[in-house]
Design a protein around this ligand. Structure first.
Ligand code: MG
Ligand code: MG
Ligand code: MG
Length: 305
């Protein structure tokens, strides 16, 4: 079986795919982790830290047995995923649109990270996480919960990181988090075209498609210096695809604030749904860090009404 993370691989989709495959192999189910594309710089940083190999990159899973991690939407899988046999899902997002013809094993919990669920699956199966994999998993939880400062954080995430840090032999978890966040904030030499796609997800709302990317950064200085280029790239993207909106969230993970860049056929509708106001393709979202919890639900409500 293939354990597959979502498009635009982040820490969680990489680390949980590796960790879950390793668990399955321990309990006698043959499994291989796979990614849909190159992992982002923060995920690569974790791989290097753990001294682990990058999983294979796949664009097709037709005819395969597949277990999904960190997503439950067809749109975030490979184009041919409907031709695969989906055996299970581990996820912590809102329930997506995947349905199956046969019963499917679901581990979908409202916690901060899929890796937290995988950590508890190890417990369920009475297995111990390997040291390097524990390092990956704790990095994924730190990333997804913004080091426990994001609103998706639960006690289960904190407990998992405590247990994983012990196994991984990491004494200074705060130092680990700092180094990891610096790795993802290094965007000096990254072209705007790449930045707008880095963590982009496409959301379906009342028949419209909204493309929403997010950059999580230790400060917004460099990002804001590239604002004009990034807006131009969003404009280009919007012209190529039939999106309702192309949005990039610039999230300051120290101040816990977001500035959004937007190209849209109705930017006011989007900004108003989030209690904000657009000026020069930009709107401010003070106190917002979580796309899944502080943005998507409000947009969904506005589009559904
Ligand atoms: Mg993810
Ligand atoms: Mg996740
Ligand atoms: Mg994320």
């Amino acid at each position: 079986m293939i354990v597959l993370g979502h498009q635009n691989p982040d820490c969680d989709s990489l680390c949980s795919a590796i960790a879950l495959s390793a668990l399955f192999n321990k309990i006698g189910k043959q499994a291989t982790p796979a990614l849909q594309g190159e992992p982002n710089p923060e995920a690569l940083f974790l791989l290097q830290k753990a001294k682990l190999e990058k999983p294979k990159i796949l664009s097709s899973v037709a005819g395969e047995d597949v277990f999904l991690v960190d997503f439950s939407d067809w749109g975030q899988g490979t184009l041919d995923m409907k031709e695969a046999k989906i055996l299970g899902i581990v996820d912590h997002h809102k329930l997506g649109d995947i349905t199956t013809n046969e019963p499917v094993e679901c581990w979908i919990w409202p916690v901060g990270c899929s890796a937290t669920i995988v950590y508890n699956m190890y417990k369920f199966y009475n297995q111990i996480v390997d040291g390097p994999i524990a390092k990956l998993m704790m990095g994924a939880i730190i990333s997804d919960t913004v080091n426990f400062r994001g609103p998706t954080t639960t006690d289960m995430d904190k407990e998992a990181v405590k247990g994983l840090a012990k196994i991984a032999g990491v004494e200074d978890v705060q130092g680990f988090a700092r180094e990891q966040f610096e790795a993802k904030s290094d965007i000096n030499n990254v072209p705007a075209a790449e930045l707008i796609l880095r963590d982009q997800k496409i959301f379906q709302m009342a028949g419209h498609k909204l493309a929403i990317g997010q950059l999580e950064l230790t400060d917004l200085k460099t990002a804001l210096s590239k604002k004009t280029q990034m807006i131009a790239e969003l404009e280009k993207l919007q012209a190529e695809k039939d999106y309702h909106s192309s949005i990039l969230l610039l999230t300051d993970i120290n101040k816990l604030d977001t500035i959004a860049l937007i190209i849209s056929i109705d930017a006011d509708k989007v900004a108003q749904a989030l209690n904000s106001k657009v000026k020069d393709h930009t709107f401010e979202l003070p106190g917002v860090v979580s796309r899944k919890k502080q943005i998507i639900p409000f947009l969904q409500t506005a589009f559904d009404s």
